[in-house]
Design a protein around this ligand. Structure first.
Ligand SMILES: Nc1ncnc2c1ncn2[C@@H]1O[C@H](COP(=O)(O)OP(=O)(O)O)[C@@H](O)[C@H]1O
Ligand SMILES: [Mg+2]
Length: 349
């Protein structure tokens, strides 16, 4: 049996009449880095707060190491949460902020100093012990908030968009550091973000949420290459969603082109095919071994490593196609959008 550190069973949550979490079932493996990914308002923070014990589910069970924690208050759960609005104590310096939880637990002075020192050096905040929050940048404050959670050796670390106040470069380096620390410590972590590249680059598993519903749970590769719903395909990365008709158990058609699908399809159901901009090419002639669709270039963006083309096919459908390493070649006019059959991923609507 897999060792689940946390399980959510049939979790439902309402705010008044607003049903914000809808029958969520999730199992979390020990030591994994799990990301809740979804647009603003989809319920990520609400889920995290229920795990931490700040909200109660209206229905369902939360199990920590197999035990129902309904009656366990937040401070008894051995989870540590870093809030979106990092909530440092403004009147305390960094040392006192980070050591707060350990002092409340009456840990010995030497242990407190050692742990605070370790956490501050992990978060690259050495020498800042005496600073007050208002003497630090937003990014530094966020890192203090993470250090404050790390010193507690939590069973589960809960992070709610902890890097949102960092500029792009620093965010990327803190991402890498945080993931390294998490791996080294084998720390079970739930990370909330609305940023898909953050989710793809950091996670063992991604949970994609929309309107309180779990659309998919999977590895970054599964989420990207084998999205289960049109929403997941569209939200993660950029894609072309093409309406197709079923032509057999493993074939669909778009216009007069029929091609095989890598996943089975059922007649009577509606499907779309997802073709990523990087999986298609634009060519002057149809490609015999590929699906080739006649189109016209309507617009383009030169982006250095690629040119992103906007084209319109004969059915009026607009496509995005990326041509990498373009050099000085810019295409114009009539072209064919071509892609190998196995690059079209078919999804039920
Ligand atoms: N304390 C609250 N009272 C009432 N409605 C809330 C409260 N917290 C969140 N909501 C609502 O619940 C939904 C999910 O919110 P939230 O979990 O904060 O989403 P996310 O973190 O994904 O942006 C939203 O519709 C939000 O307006
Ligand atoms: Mg939130």
């Amino acid at each position: 049996m897999t060792d689940y550190v946390l399980q959510l069973k049939h979790i439902n949550k309402y705010f008044g009449k607003n049903h914000v979490i809808k029958d969520v079932n999730l199992d979390f493996e020990k030591g994994h880095f799990i990301t809740f990914l979804g647009p603003s308002g989809c319920g990520k923070t609400t889920l995290l707060r229920m795990i931490a014990g700040f909200y109660e589910p209206d229905e369902g069970e939360i199990l920590l190491n197999g035990k129902n924690i309904e009656k366990v208050p937040p401070y008894g759960r051995n989870t540590a949460m870093v809030f979106q609005e990092y909530a440092l104590f403004p009147h305390m310096n960094v040392f006192d902020n980070v050591s707060y939880g350990l002092r409340v637990k009456k840990k010995p002075k030497e242990e407190i100093e050692k742990k605070v020192h370790q956490a501050l050096s992990l978060m690259q905040l050495e020498g800042m012990e005496k600073r007050f929050p208002n003497q630090m940048s937003g990014g530094q404050q966020q890192r203090v908030a993470v250090a404050r959670a790390l010193v507690m050796d939590p069973e589960i670390l809960l992070l709610d968009e902890p890097l949102s106040n960092l500029d792009a470069k620093l965010r990327e380096s803190v991402r890498v550091e945080l993931r390294d620390i998490q791996r080294q410590m084998g720390l079970s972590t739930i990370y909330v973000t609305h940023d898909q590249s953050e989710a793809l680059s950091m996670s063992d598993r991604i949970v994609v949420l929309k309107d309180g519903i779990v659309h998919q749970v999977g590895t970054p590769q599964e989420i990207y290459f084998e999205p289960k719903t049109p929403f997941v395909a569209d939200f993660i990365g950029t894609t072309n969603l093409i309406p197709v008709e079923v032509k057999g158990s493993d074939a669909v058609s778009y216009g007069n082109k029929t091609f095989h699908t890598s996943n089975p399809v059922t007649s009577g159901q509606s499907y779309v095919a997802s073709v990523r901009p990087e999986s298609a090419k634009l060519t002057a002639e149809p490609a015999p071994d590929k699906v080739s669709i006649e189109a016209d270039i309507t617009n383009l963006m030169f982006l250095g490593e690629k040119v992103r083309y906007f084209v319109k096919d004969r059915l009026g459908k607009e496509w995005i196609v990326d041509m990498f390493d373009p050099g000085k070649t810019i295409l114009h006019g009539k072209v064919y959008v071509t892609f190998p059959e196995d690059r079209a991923w078919v999804i039920r609507k």
